[in-house]
Design a protein around this ligand. Structure first.
Ligand code: PXL
Length: 289
């Protein structure tokens, strides 16, 4: 008799690969994606695009080290040793030229079942982030053609379409038009975050295959909450890989982000340190696992 776990049926575990910067302090990118994806049970590897002391949002004089030269050598080794990837998730890139490297990494590491989930991180609140250029916008347009799912905020969406990055027409027809125009680049699903009017903030979704679309609303809080794009995108990917339906996945990711913001406000933390998503991970795990 084999009273031994090794003889029981094998349990699947999904493998995710996150391509983001490492910001040592400030809760964004890798320090957000890794704990969220790991907490819900995925084996999560990383490919760092840059090493920064903090994010570039509210901090000054941060240290930045571009890791462009290391990307292909790392990927070459992983091509030999890595597990089959269920998803590749890209975020902050240090330089427009990294887009070509990331496309190369896709060719090296993806298989026919790998979901390509792209967060085109370069702008918010109507402006490019510090150190970002229009060259990055142009190259991100190329990267999103390789994606199955994209999750720009509304500023990034408008930059990608070459439009005024400050949304003037918040009407639902215009938002649907923006999502459809972005889906023409190739992604099957487009999710646009941070669409606000006087009283509420919405996330819009479009499934370009079924034409299912709509808004998921959440509470609007005063202030700039750094890293919430990463918190949202990581929770969304976490839900999607559980084979949750699309709208339900969005609702979960939106609620996770809102709850993280609420904890931060209640805690009275300086907003530059990001949001207290750690304290909402038990909720996410209970919801998804
Ligand atoms: O959250 C996006 C992000 C990621 N990484 C770095 C950033 C930002 C946004 O400002 O500066 C380094």
């Amino acid at each position: 008799m084999h009273n031994n776990i090794y003889y029981s049926e094998k349990e699947e575990q999904k493998n995710v690969f996150a391509i983001h910067d490492i910001s040592c302090v400030g809760r964004c990118s890798t320090t957000v994606a890794l704990p969220i994806l790991s907490a819900v049970g995925y084996n999560t590897g990383i490919l760092p695009t840059a090493l920064l002391s903090t994010h570039t949002g509210e901090f000054k004089n941060y240290f930045v080290h571009d890791l462009s030269d290391d990307i292909i050598p790392i990927a070459k080794h992983l091509q030999e040793v890595s597990l089959p990837l269920d998803a590749i998730y890209t975020g902050y890139l240090a330089d427009a030229k990294q887009v070509d490297l990331i496309i190369e990494v896709f060719k090296m590491l993806k298989n026919k079942n790998t979901l390509i989930f792209v967060d085109p991180v370069f702008a918010d609140h109507g402006k490019l982030y510090a150190m970002m250029t229009m060259a990055m916008v142009d190259k991100m347009r190329e990267l999103i053609t390789r994606a199955d799912i994209i999750v720009p905020n509304i500023t990034e969406a408008l930059f990608l379409l070459g439009e005024n990055p400050i949304l003037s027409d918040t009407g639902p027809e215009n938002i649907l038009r923006i999502a459809k125009d972005l889906s023409c680049f190739g992604p099957k699903k487009v999710i646009i975050t941070g669409i606000y009017n006087e009283s509420q903030i919405g996330t819009f979704y479009l499934n370009n295959r079924t034409q299912e679309h709509g808004f998921v609303y959440n509470n609007k809080y005063d202030g700039i909450f750094h890293g919430t794009g990463d918190v949202f995108a990581s929770a969304l990917l976490a839900a999607i890989l559980k084979d949750c339906n699309f709208k339900k996945s969005l609702e979960i990711a939106v609620e996770f982000t809102s709850r993280s913001i609420e904890k931060t406000i209640l805690g009275g933390d300086p907003l530059k340190y990001g949001v207290r998503f750690e304290q909402v991970l038990p909720w996410l795990v209970n919801t998804l696992v």
